[in-house]
Design a binder for this molecule. Structure first.
Ligand SMILES: Cc1cc2nc3c(=O)[nH]c(=O)nc-3n(C[C@H](O)[C@H](O)[C@H](O)COP(=O)(O)OP(=O)(O)OC[C@H]3O[C@@H](n4cnc5c(N)ncnc54)[C@H](O)[C@@H]3O)c2cc1C
Ligand code: SF4
Length: 401
């Protein structure tokens, strides 16, 4: 962090206040700061950088996710099986850009015209976007350059991990011809003062190498270095205030000591992700705006557009692999790899486990450093392919694995 880090007074009404420092707020804060605009960014979470990230799914979840209690109701599966499970969005400086996968796709022409393309959907308020792909293209160009998206601006694609190799083989066998590792905001080569991907596979836990783009270690420190951006971490915005004309005057928040503060502002930008942004807008209801801050024609929080992920699970009785193929590097293109691991990778990528030979199973056991346990247990071992620490789950197979 630069010596020039800004500190603005609570009664400085000339600042822009941004709530949230993730993909939206973090980038906006830097872009404004670079142009000389004074910005106070309020962030509910703490500050974690690559050295702090934890290469363990559950410990990382506890470190980064928005764990504040939510309620879940209804009879749908999430309410039944995972009541009150926190949403895996990040509460930290850098927001969910620490956790995201990095897939950086452009909308296609028809996706800007959802209503015209698909027709009305009962219970939803599907609309066509009031913008077109052509209007967005210059901004996509800039974003791809900024994020270092592979297969744009002469950046090469990423090599495939074991999951990808399985998928590629299946897709090609099914007749698909355009199969690749796609457009990812993950460095395939050194770029933007960040190193190339090391294929360790813990992208969702925060990239310890900084190869994946995140606002946490790009836009935020660059914005702070201008002297125009003050990031206040552990500061939770609770209410946006306005004057008698309805114009915004500032934001109330709870600071890291639990005290309520009020930061004056000339503009407020709400960038708290899909759940927290509408919550803040609704919580800012006033006599003038009784149903909450007047955006989205009074429909704040009424609907959500989620991305249903497609997941392919291999049905396997293997005691050695938990779930689908693990995301470790499956080929030996850039670094030495030991023979047992190479054998294992080949076997796990392209053969069903139950047909794998006893010899590669022995190789796997040697590679992970012990026999499989019938109980759920975990062991941390050096993964010889990349020399990094990995956590290997050795769980007795169940029908769902
Ligand atoms: C598992 C996963 C994988 C993903 N992969 C991809 C992908 O491959 N490609 C893609 O395009 N998108 C992906 N996304 C989606 C992408 O990460 C989000 O769309 C994006 O980060 C949203 O940006 P945002 O700024 O709205 O919110 P965030 O990045 O979540 O930032 C919101 C910030 O606001 C803070 N905040 C919230 N409320 C308050 C408050 N009241 N006061 C103060 N601070 C507050 C939060 O702590 C957080 O830091 C993924 C998301 C998930 C969960
Ligand atoms: S270095 Fe590891 S964590 Fe970072 S992007 Fe590559 S695979 Fe993901």
């Amino acid at each position: 962090m630069a010596d020039t880090v800004a500190k603005f007074a609570l009664d400085d009404a000339s600042v822009v206040v941004i709530v949230g420092t993730g993909s939206g707020g973090g980038v906006l804060a830097n872009e404004l700061a670079q142009k000389g605009v004074k910005v106070v960014a309020l962030e509910a979470g703490g500050r974690y950088l690559p050295d702090d990230y934890i290469n363990d799914e559950w410990d990382s979840f506890a470190q980064l996710s928005w764990g504040d209690m939510r309620t879940t109701s209804g009879d749908w599966r999430v309410a039944r099986d995972f009541a009150n499970l926190p949403a895996w969005i990040v509460k930290a400086v850098g927001g969910t850009s620490i956790h995201w996968a990095g897939a950086s796709l452009r909308f296609q022409e028809h996706e800007f015209k959802a209503l015209s393309t698909y027709g009305p959907v009962d219970g939803a308020n599907l609309l066509d976007w009031p913008i077109t792909l052509a209007e967005m293209e210059p901004y996509y160009d800039r974003a791809e350059k900024k994020l270092g998206v592979t297969r744009t601006n002469d950046l090469p694609g990423l090599p495939g991990n074991t999951n990808y190799l399985v998928l590629e083989k299946g897709a090609k066998a099914a007749g698909y011809t355009k199969v690749s590792t796609g457009h990812m905001a993950i460095n395939s080569v050194e770029n933007d003062d960040r190193m190339a991907c090391q294929q360790t596979g813990f992208c969702f836990q925060g990239c310890k190498w900084g190869a994946k783009w995140s606002a946490a270690y790009t836009d935020i420190p660059r914005g702070e270095a201008t002297g125009n951006l003050e990031v206040r971490d552990h500061c939770h915005a609770t209410r946006i205030e306005h004057d008698e004309t309805g114009k915004v005057t500032g934001v109330r928040y709870i600071d890291k000591d639990g005290a309520e503060q009020f930061q004056q502002a000339r503009i407020v930008s709400v960038a708290g992700n899909a759940i927290e942004s509408p919550r803040l807008l609704l919580a800012s209801a006033s006599e003038r705006f009784p149903t909450g801050w007047p955006t989205a024609r009074g429909r704040s929080g009424a609907t959500i557009c989620a991305i249903p992920p497609a997941r392919s699970m291999r049905s396997s009785k293997s005691p050695y692999i938990c779930g689908a193929a693990r995301p470790w590097r499956g080929s030996c293109k850039t670094r030495p790899i030991t023979a047992p691991i190479a054998a294992l990778s080949a076997a796990t990528s392209w053969k069903p486990c139950r047909s794998a030979s006893p010899s590669w199973r022995r190789s796997w056991i040697r590679a992970v450093g012990g026999a499989s346990s019938p109980r759920r247990s975990t062991a941390t071992r050096i993964w010889p392919a990349c020399g990094s620490w990995e956590r290997i789950c050795r769980r007795k197979p169940t029908a769902s694995h």
